[in-house]
Design a protein around this ligand. Structure first.
Ligand SMILES: Cc1ncc(COP(=O)(O)O)c(C=O)c1O
Length: 479
């Protein structure tokens, strides 16, 4: 029986001294990680059987010393991972986080603000409003635009499609068609499905030789759909494709959008941050005309996962799409100027996501971010120059927004054999754990791909990696 002096809560509490000791240990682990990263193997991890042996157990009834638990986490958990922030991690889209962002997230976890409502965390909401507006300005969207932080590009794309669909009359939904190029990220397909669109309501259009969506192709598809009684309603344009960094012809697409009455979403999850730089802004010209833009600070703005952002030209539309006020939330339904971010997206309970970006920009300054993004663009250009310097390589797509794709073509072999050789080159390189890169398939052919957005990557990291790939390639080709 509880006599009012129950002390069970103390069993979930550390003393101030214990908290400090544990906290300092965590900081030491992180500092060590950031300091030693470049010397660690980039790829790591062991098989399921070994991890089951190390980690499978029922929850312990008795607690263990925090130091022992941290030792285990450092060794068995974080010792078994590929480092997406490693200077030679070039696969997929790297995640080159930063220490300040990590500290911000530690603070957020500790203070645990309920960032869904102004009433519970107005400071957090104001920081998110301010930081979203910074991103809006980077994208060149007007002051009427705004948005919200979400978990990443997939959720940003889903949120944009939901808002676009909300703007469509209910009766038009079964006839509605979304247009996107064959280079569009799979999260658009998934988002459309989640929103209840049938497969045939997403029209995937072939790209040109530069992997961009040709206006003529889109125009013809829209005309054919209208003739068939369909309702063209949304166009997804790429502000940097995942495969090659291609940017669709945004100004022309926006003009077509105006004529056809479409919603234009720009998926800039990975690429939009490049608009911070002069070269990126030129490449992304027209993004500012979009109805919505996805931009992930956890990609090219160097924040820890999960920091994505969806921006809408008309921010109020988010509220119209998502806002529901059940009786148990009426107390916190406040004045219009006080934003409840729970009304702007899928989540009610939501963490405070923008603090990592806000604090990083405060500490380093925006110019440091601009220089870091520029560096990523330069690194891909360096890789391209090196590849052009050797006849064994064919550059498939030149370094656009920090991505270069290429293929080992030492002699006149059948394309199919080259596919296999290039797959093996990537596999052996990754198995060597020195550098991590991935392959992709372009026009049916397997190519190697470097995504170079980590500003801590050195010129030697790039040149040494290509050298290694070439040595592996020659060995395989001769073997
Ligand atoms: C262009 C693009 N869109 C969307 C996404 C999905 O983002 P996330 O993995 O953060 O959900 C990615 C991921 O790489 C991407 O490159």
């Amino acid at each position: 029986m509880n006599d009012g002096n129950d002390v069970s809560h103390e069993r979930l509490t550390l003393s101030a001294d214990e908290m400090r000791r544990m906290g300092y240990r965590v900081i030491d682990m992180l500092v060590e990680h950031f300091e030693q990263l470049g010397d660690l193997p980039v790829a790591g991890g062991t098989g399921r059987r070994e991890l089951e042996r190390l980690l499978r157990e029922p929850p312990p009834e008795e607690g263990r010393p925090p130091g022992d638990v941290l030792d285990r986490v450092g060794r068995d958990v974080f010792g078994n991972m590929s480092h997406v922030d490693h200077p030679r991690f070039f696969a997929y889209v790297p995640g080159p986080g930063n220490f300040v962002g990590a500290m911000a997230n530690a603070l957020v976890a500790g203070f645990n603000p309920f960032a869904g409502a102004w009433a519970t965390a107005s400071g957090a909401a104001e920081i998110e409003l301010v930081t979203v507006d910074w991103l809006r300005d980077i994208c060149g969207l007007p002051a009427s635009a705004g948005g919200t932080f979400v978990s990443g590009g997939s959720m940003a794309n889903l949120t944009a499609l939901a808002a676009a669909r909300h703007a469509l009359p209910e009766g038009d939904i079964p006839r509605a068609v979304i247009y996107a190029s064959d280079q569009t990220h799979s999260s658009i397909d998934r988002g459309a499905r989640l929103l209840g669109f049938r497969r045939d309501q997403l029209r995937t259009l072939p790209t040109d030789e530069d992997f961009r969506l040709p206006i003529e192709t889109l125009r013809n598809a829209i005309a054919a759909d209208r003739a068939a009684g369909k309702r063209p309603f949304a166009l997804v344009a790429n502000g940097g494709t995942t495969n090659t960094g291609a940017v669709d012809p945004l100004p022309e697409l926006a003009a077509l959008r105006d004529r056809e009455g479409l919603w234009m979403h720009v998926d800039g999850a990975y690429g939009a941050a490049a608009a911070l730089t002069e070269r990126g802004r030129r490449a992304l010209a027209g993004m500012e005309l979009a109805d919505s833009v996805s931009l992930d600070p956890h990609k090219w703005l160097f924040q820890p996962f999960e920091c994505g952002c969806i921006l809408l030209r008309d921010a109020q539309l988010l509220k119209e799409t998502f806002r529901l006020v059940p009786e148990y939330l009426r107390d916190s339904d406040l004045a219009a100027e006080e934003v409840n971010f729970r009304d702007w997206g899928v989540q009610l309970t939501r963490g405070f996501r923008g603090l990592d970006l806000w604090m990083s920009v405060q500490v380093f300054g925006l110019e440091a971010f601009r220089a870091a993004v520029d560096r990523g663009i330069d690194l891909a250009l360096l890789a391209e120059r090196r590849l052009h310097g050797s006849p064994a390589w064919r550059v498939i797509t030149s370094a656009g927004l920090g991505i270069v794709t290429f293929r080992f073509t030492p002699d006149n072999r059948a394309e199919r054999e080259l596919d296999e050789i290039n797959r093996r080159i990537a596999g052996e390189c990754v198995a060597g754990r020195h550098a991590m890169l991935s392959t992709t398939v372009l026009r049916g052919r397997t190519v190697l791909r470097l995504c170079t957005i980590n500003p801590r990557t050195s010129d030697d990291d790039i040149l040494g990696t290509i050298e290694r790939l070439e040595i592996i390639g020659r060995r395989i080709a001769e073997g």
